[in-house]
Design a protein around this ligand. Structure first.
Ligand SMILES: [Zn+2]
Length: 64
């Protein structure tokens, strides 16, 4: 198991409820993350600094 000392991910804020959301250290732009507080799906627009936007609700054409 790899543990990065001194780093515990990147903290940012849910655009829906304002709660803290922790992004993985290796998060990439375009990823969808869930807010653990309100359950919203958030798309990572940028990682440095982290920018989140509510993910589209339509479950189609997400480039998978
Ligand atoms: Zn939230």
């Amino acid at each position: 198991m790899f543990i990065a000392t001194g780093e515990r991910g990147t903290m940012t804020t849910c655009t829906e409820c304002g709660a803290d959301v922790t992004l993985h250290d290796d998060v990439e732009a375009g990823e969808i993350v869930d807010c653990t507080t309100c359950g919203a799906e958030l798309e990572v627009l940028d990682v440095s600094p982290p920018v989140l936007e509510k993910a589209p609700e339509l479950e189609e054409d997400w480039g998978e």
